[in-house]
Every structure is written in structure tokens, then in C-alpha cells.
Write a protein that binds this ligand. Structure first.
Ligand SMILES: C[C@H](O)[C@H](O)[C@H]1CNC2=NC(N)=NC(=O)C2=N1
Length: 176
């Protein structure tokens, strides 16, 4: 069954001549700078990884309980952090974590933000630590508890949270 995959045009041709050249890949649509292709490859693993390497928000978290998951190195985390703008990479007593803070309009808007994030977390089976302090200060921390550090799941969750439309819940930035 052909699957539609999207990825930046620039990286398409670099790969088609590579390992994926063997697949019968058909360019079905060129959207602005992104190309949709369909491929009849059964295992799209290489292709999937290649296609979604650019955009974490369309990847899926994997169950954290598989034994072969190890926390990523600080170097690997530093390479991924640019893909999740707004998120900070922190090292808390040798545990790498992601965190991001927002000022919300009200305590209840903070809870609405938590609910929106919770819906994503439940869909992914991967969960953040939620903090709401001083009534309107929200901080979200993400790390993989099962391994005591960061895995790609954490970056996928952060990217999906970045994809939420939270503007209506946030206090306007004070004019500088
Ligand atoms: C089996 C399932 O993957 C685990 O229970 C999940 C649930 N959500 C999780 N969320 C986070 N952040 N870390 C985990 O280790 C974790 N484990």
C-alpha cells in the first residue's frame, strides 16, 4: 500500500539516488518546497527516518519500556535542540531534560494549556512534567523517566507541543 510522505524538496534528490533509488518512488505532488511521494516499499524505515528526519512533529513516540533504549548524549541532544525552538536543554544532577516556560493569562488558562498538552501526551504515550506556579507561570519539563535522561521521544513530544495553538492562553508580551 503506497504511503504518502512529505519532506523538504532540497533533501529529496540527495536521497533518491542513494539507497532508496531502488524503490519505485513516484513524485505525486510538489507543494511549495515540499514534495509528496508515494512509495510501495514495505519497510519504509530508512525512508521514514530520512523523510521525517527534518520534522520531529510528524514522528511517533515509541514505548519507553524496550530495554535497548539508552539516554542520548549531551552532544546528540545539542544537535536536536534546534529542531524544537523555544525549548531549553538543561542538565539537572546529571539528568538531561528539556524545559519551556510560558506566562498564561489566568490560572484556568494554565489548566487549559495543561489539558491541550495532556491530549498530545496521551496520544503519544509519553508524558511531560507539568508545573503551574504563582498562578500564571507554566513550566513544562520533558525527559524519559524509564532511562533517566533524554530520548528522541522527548524531542518528538516537544515538537508536537510546539505545534499546538496556545496563543489565546498566553499573556501578551509586555511592549519593550
Ligand atoms: C510503557 C510506556 O511507554 C511507559 O509507561 C511510558 C509512559 N510515559 C512516559 N513518559 C516519560 N516522560 N517517560 C517515560 O519513561 C514514560 N514511560
Amino acid at each position: 500500500m503506497a504511503r504518502i510522505l512529505q519532506f523538504p524538496l532540497t533533501s529529496l534528490f540527495r536521497s533518491l539516488s542513494g539507497a532508496h533509488g531502488r524503490s519505485s518512488i513516484q513524485v505525486t505532488k510538489i507543494l511549495h518546497d515540499r514534495v509528496e511521494v508515494s512509495s510501495n516499499r514495505k519497510s519504509l524505515n530508512g525512508f521514514r527516518t530520512f523523510c521525517t528526519g527534518e520534522d520531529l512533529s510528524i514522528k511517533k513516540c515509541v514505548p519507553c519500556n524496550s530495554n535497548d533504549i539508552r539516554p542520548m548524549t549531551e552532544q546528540a541532544a545539542n544537535e536536536l535542540i534546534p529542531k524544537v525552538p523555544g525549548w531549553n536543554l538543561v542538565n539537572e544532577t546529571d539528568t538531561l531534560k528539556l524545559n519551556r516556560s510560558w506566562k498564561v493569562k489566568s490560572f484556568t488558562k494554565g489548566l487549559e494549556l495543561f489539558q491541550a498538552v495532556a491530549d498530545v501526551a496521551e496520544a503519544e504515550g509519553h508524558h511531560p512534567d507539568l508545573h503551574l506556579v504563582g498562578w500564571n507561570n507554566v513550566k513544562i519539563e520533558i525527559w524519559t523517566h524509564a532511562v533517566g535522561g533524554l530520548t528522541e521521544n522527548d524531542f518528538i513530544l516537544a515538537a508536537k507541543i510546539n505545534g499546538l495553538d496556545l496563543q489565546r492562553l498566553l499573556r501578551r508580551k509586555a511592549a519593550t
